[in-house]
Every structure is written in structure tokens, then in C-alpha cells.
Ligand binder design. Structure first.
Ligand SMILES: Cc1cc2nc3c(=O)[nH]c(=O)nc-3n(C[C@H](O)[C@H](O)[C@H](O)COP(=O)(O)O)c2cc1C
Length: 290
């Protein structure tokens, strides 16, 4: 179904946020492929209307980023992937899902990328894609050819622990949200779950939790209250609920890997009423394997 040039686990393992790019525009042919794929993403798994565009990057855009609440510094971005999503109960999950598919596609074209969450909805980024009042621009992604990391930038990766992921047993559960799922018990789904665990997330908070119950995998969001407080001077209400975007990204890694392995299933929103440890845990959606 997806036109990736390498197996998804390879792409997922090789992707990492790239914040310094070579001063080089994206090759015409590559940009055309990226635009073609971006244009094909018009709906997420929960049917919100979406659209994505590739726009050229510039110093102006790179400078504006900070004022919009993003963290880290993006150097020489060749372009930006900008998406707009319409209303819908699961529109941020849909946005995260589809934008991550686009990012994995960019990875398969040899491009580096970095998700950037901020208050883009009224910014010059939104203007570039002519976002309407009914649409949101929850995040954008820088893209370009990766350049070598400077020590300062490597330091940022250390500060936000970019390479670390929470252990399997603290993310994946069996039957309820208290009983860890043994990796051996996950069967063929161990691989999609391993690939989910490598997903990028805002400030690397990894808010995803999954409960397996028979053929179902229930996805939960473990909120990190005020997680961007220390990184952004802006009040949180201006910034989209990025942890819901994180959930969509995780669902993308899970579904695309499963499908590549021939594991079929579908998403639904039907809360299984599993006891939650506290109110910072929210039910999002379930995958039912067929
Ligand atoms: C929704 C979202 C928003 C993000 N916002 C920013 C940002 O504003 N600035 C930044 O430098 N990185 C941002 N990131 C990148 C994360 O910091 C990064 O994915 C995480 O630390 C894991 O590192 P990795 O992507 O290299 O695996 C964002 C990631 C996501 C998923």
C-alpha cells in the first residue's frame, strides 16, 4: 500500500530528529515525490479532512520558529512540511498519523526531518498553506539533507534524552493498565509494538500506553501535565494538544508495521472501561486485529 523504499522497521530505526541541515535545496525529483505523497494524504484513520504541502524553507521561517513556542534551533531547513486539519473528534490523532507517514516517506527518500510543535495556526506557516478559520496547523516538520551535528546540538539531544525510550514493560500491558505485557506474549504484534516504542514524541515524553486484550490493542494517553512549561514561554492554551498528535504518530508506526507484516485490523473508538490509575490517563482508540 505504501510506497516506501525500505522495510518500515529499517526506516523507523534510522529516523531521528535532524536539526542541522546542509545548505542545499531538495532535489527537484525528490521534492516531486514528496509532494506527490503529501497530496495523497487527505484523510486520517478517523476520517478528519487533512492536507499537506511542502514549502521551501528560509532563514525567515527558521527565525520565526522560536517565537511560535518550538524548542531547539533548526539550522538551514531546506523545506517545511506543513499540514492543516479540519474539525473532528480525533483530528489531532489523524494529523499525527498522516504527518508521520509523510515523515517516514521523507526518510525513505534520504531526507532528515524534525517535528516542530507550536502555535502555528495563525502564523506565516499557516498563511503559506492558506489555512482557513476552520483548520488547525498543530505542528510542522523541517526537512532537508542532514548535516553533521555540532557539539551544542548533540547536547540538546542529551538534554531532552532524545535517544532514550521507556522500557517495554512500562508502556505495554495485558488485560488492564497494571499488568505488564510480556514481550513473548505479544506474538506477531511484538514487532509493531517495538516500532511504536521508537516513535518520536513532543519533548520525548512517550505518552503512549497500550493494553492488549485478546485481539484488541487499546491505546491510552498518559498525560504529562504542563510538559512544555519549561521549554516554552507561551501559555499552553495557544499550543495544540501535542500529546494527542503523539498518539497519532504512535498509531502510525504500529499500523504501518503491522500491515507490512500482513497483520490486518482496524481502528475504532469504543472505551473498554478498563480501570485507569488516575485522571491523567485517557482512552484514545483501539485496534482490533482480524
Ligand atoms: C509533536 C512533536 C513536537 C515536537 N516539537 C519539537 C520542537 O518544537 N523542537 C524540537 O527541536 N523538536 C521537537 N520535536 C522532536 C522531539 O524532541 C523528538 O522527536 C524526541 O526528542 C525523540 O527524538 P528523535 O526524534 O530523535 O527520536 C517534536 C516531536 C513531536 C512528535
Amino acid at each position: 500500500m505504501m510506497p516506501f523504499s525500505a522495510p518500515l522497521p529499517d526506516l523507523i530505526k534510522s529516523r531521528r530528529s535532524c536539526r542541522t541541515y546542509e545548505k542545499k535545496p531538495i532535489a527537484v525529483e525528490t521534492a516531486a515525490q514528496l509532494r506527490g505523497f503529501a497530496g495523497s494524504l487527505q484523510q486520517g484513520p478517523f476520517h478528519s479532512a487533512l492536507r499537506f504541502e511542502l514549502v521551501a524553507g528560509g532563514e525567515k521561517e527558521a527565525r520565526t520558529l522560536k517565537g511560535l513556542g518550538t524548542y531547539g534551533f533548526i539550522k538551514n531547513p531546506a523545506g517545511f512540511l506543513i499540514g492543516a486539519v479540519g474539525p473532528g473528534a480525533k483530528n489531532l490523532e489523524d494529523f499525527g498519523f498522516s504527518m508521520e507517514a509523510l515523515i517516514l516517506y521523507a526518510t525513505s527518500l534520504g531526507l532528515g526531518s524534525c517535528w516542530l510543535g507550536g502555535s502555528f495556526s495563525k502564523s506565516r506557516f499557516a498563511a503559506k498553506v492558506r489555512a482557513t478559520a476552520a483548520e488547525m496547523v498543530p505542528a510542522v516538520a523541517a526537512v532537508g539533507y542532514p548535516a553533521d551535528e555540532t557539539r551544542l546540538r548533540a547536547l540538546l539531544r542529551t538534554r531532552i534524552k532524545a535517544d532514550a525510550r521507556k522500557p517495554w514493560h512500562s508502556l505495554f500491558f495485558h488485560g488492564d493498565l497494571a499488568t505488564p505485557l510480556a514481550e513473548e506474549s505479544a506474538g506477531a504484534y511484538a514487532v509493531p509494538l517495538q516500532m511504536l516504542r521508537l516513535a518520536p514524541s513532543a519533548s520525548n515524553k512517550q505518552p503512549w500506553r497500550v493494553v492488549q486484550q485478546g485481539a484488541c490493542f487499546h491505546f491510552y494517553l498518559q498525560r504529562s501535565p504542563g510538559y512544555h512549561r519549561n521549554l516554552s514561554p507561551l501559555p499552553s492554551f495557544i499550543i495544540a494538544d501535542l500529546q494527542r498528535v503523539d498518539m497519532g504518530i504512535a498509531m502510525c508506526h504500529f499500523q504501518l508495521t503491522a500491515e507490512e507484516m500482513g497483520l490486518k485490523g482496524e481502528w475504532s473508538v469504543a472505551d473498554p472501561d478498563i480501570a485507569k490509575p488516575n485522571e491523567t490517563v485517557e482512552y484514545i482508540a483501539s485496534w482490533t486485529g482480524k
